[in-house]
Design a protein around this ligand. Structure first.
Ligand SMILES: [Zn+2]
Length: 487
């Protein structure tokens, strides 16, 4: 356990081992250009920050939201008319839905709220504010002074010639667009550059108060120095040859004379049945949605997997109950199998007392005894059943009338079987005993178990199959079962 009470995984301990003494600044940078889904990156950084905190290191953990970045493409769900804002900082583009102060805030705020709900000790910094308050002033000055060296590094990495008038600094021109511009003059004493815009007009931009930004590849290295970064995780798209970490490493060493921060390369997450997460394809799982079906620590565990250096396929359908059961077993959580809890949640609605008595009858005394936790767990289970559960897990106990209609489709053998079960079933029986009874009664009457259970599921749920019948039936009020079995 770290100081925060969140378990520190082994891999994070190993990363922290390699980072040496602090003080440490752990950073993760994400652009709010659309729905923010890469929680894995933030969680990798958090795990390392916690590993460092656990050894008594001083740690600043920063989420660098790239709010000054220009809008480059229109996110799914945003009107195509937003193309008119291409080149404008995300912090200056209007909210497409009109509910927040800007385009950036619209996507950033829900993510920030999810981090708060997870009780993450993280500072969310907005890059437009960092530029406006002068955090980037010194590194911008250095970058502009070393334009030639930076250009050479980019050319060598990309194998392409950079434009003749390339500048590491993108000034904001009068209309508001951030553009690559031909910089004519640098006036360090005034923190300003004079540049020629696309239309041939000369303008000046003051880089100490947000009148522009560094190009993103240069900014990556400059950010390490400006914030004193000692660790940053990266997805594999950044760390390929010639990728942004390649150029940033050289810029950091050769131009900014700043030691390259510790690194961890994490692999992608894909969603079973949908493919790799991608905000441009609209394949995303948002933290706020995931927190509706599981507690924060389960979400940490799910997103990180055993080892975030490995690709992970998330299964929120059939595989989810098993994931929750494993999580609960390892963390001393609820002893009720998640499938059963989903069943209970769907049977009783929001009635926590009814759920508690169902659980008691099923032998889950401890879970029944903590109503507050039970209410929360039922909410997770109910939301999962509604949003994600496979059809076979979506159930509702049939009303007596519907049950009688379902019974009309059974043959004589099946009806006699249900009657025989009704005679023997008792309120004191637990789930296993009921399961045994259902099975042995079928065998004793020469009825195939499959056909027998189809009758059971038919009159209870209106289906031919369903959750394990014994525990489900043991959890129901006996008179409800008897009424439906007497057909
Ligand atoms: Zn909004």
């Amino acid at each position: 356990m770290g100081e925060t009470g969140i378990p520190v995984p082994l891999w994070a301990e190993r990363v922290a081992d390699g980072l040496g003494r602090g003080p440490h600044v752990v950073v993760t940078g994400i652009s709010p250009s659309g729905n923010i889904h890469n929680l894995r990156e933030v969680l990798v950084a958090e795990a390392v920050a916690n590993a460092l905190r656990a050894r008594g290191e001083e740690v600043r953990f920063v989420f660098h939201a790239d709010t000054i970045d220009p809008l480059r493409k229109v996110a799914p769900g945003v009107p195509a008319s937003f193309e008119e804002f291409f080149g404008h900082s995300l912090s200056r583009v209007p909210d497409p839905k009109g509910c927040h102060a800007s385009y950036a805030e619209h996507f950033l705020v829900p993510f920030e709220e999810a981090l708060r709900e997870m009780e993450m000790e993280i500072e969310v910094l907005r890059s437009h504010e960092l530029y406006e308050s002068g955090v980037y002033t010194e590194v911008t000055r250095e970058a502009v002074e070393h334009t030639d060296e930076l250009r050479a590094i980019l050319q060598e990495a990309s194998g392409r010639r950079m434009p003749e008038h390339w500048s590491p600094y993108l000034p904001r021109r009068t209309g508001g667009r951030l553009t690559g511009a031909r910089v004519l003059e640098h006036v360090p004493a005034e923190h300003s550059v004079v540049f020629v815009d696309e239309d041939g007009f000369e303008e000046a931009a003051n880089y100490s108060n947000g009148e522009g930004k560094l190009g993103w590849r240069v900014e990556l290295a400059a950010r390490w120095k400006a914030l004193g970064v000692t660790f940053e995780p990266f997805g594999k798209d950044h760390t390929s040859r010639g990728g942004s970490t390649d150029t940033a490493d050289r810029m950091s060493r050769e131009v900014f004379h700043y030691p390259i921060p510790g690194r961890y390369e994490y692999e992608w997450i894909s969603i079973k049945g949908q493919g790799a997460m991608s905000s441009s394809k609209g394949i995303v799982l948002l933290p706020e949605d995931l927190l509706r079906i599981m507690p924060p620590d389960a979400l940490r565990r799910m997103m990180l997997g055993r080892d975030p250096a490995r690709a992970l396929e998330l299964d929120l359908w059939e595989g989810f109950p098993r994931f929750m059961d494993e999580f609960n077993a390892e963390t001393g959580g609820s002893e009720v199998p998640f499938n059963h809890l989903a069943l209970v949640a769907q049977t009783v609605g929001e009635d926590v007392e009814a759920a508690a008595s169902m659980l008691r009858r099923g032998g889950y005394e401890a879970a029944a005894g903590d109503p507050e936790k039970l209410a929360r767990d039922l909410r997770y289970a109910r939301n999962w059943a509604r949003d994600w559960a496979p059809e076979s897990m979506r159930i509702g106990l049939l009303e007596p009338g519907a049950s009688r209609a379902a019974a009309a489709g059974l043959d004589a053998e099946q009806r006699e079987y249900l009657a025989a079960v009704t005679e023997k079933i008792g309120p004191e029986m637990d789930g296993d005993e009921v399961q045994d009874l259902l099975y042995s009664t079928a065998v004793g009457r020469g009825l195939k178990p499959k056909k027998a259970f189809a009758a059971v599921y038919g009159v209870l749920l209106g289906k031919t199959s369903g959750p394990k019948a014994g525990p489900f039936i043991a959890g129901l009020p006996p008179e409800e079962v008897r009424e439906r079995f007497s057909v």
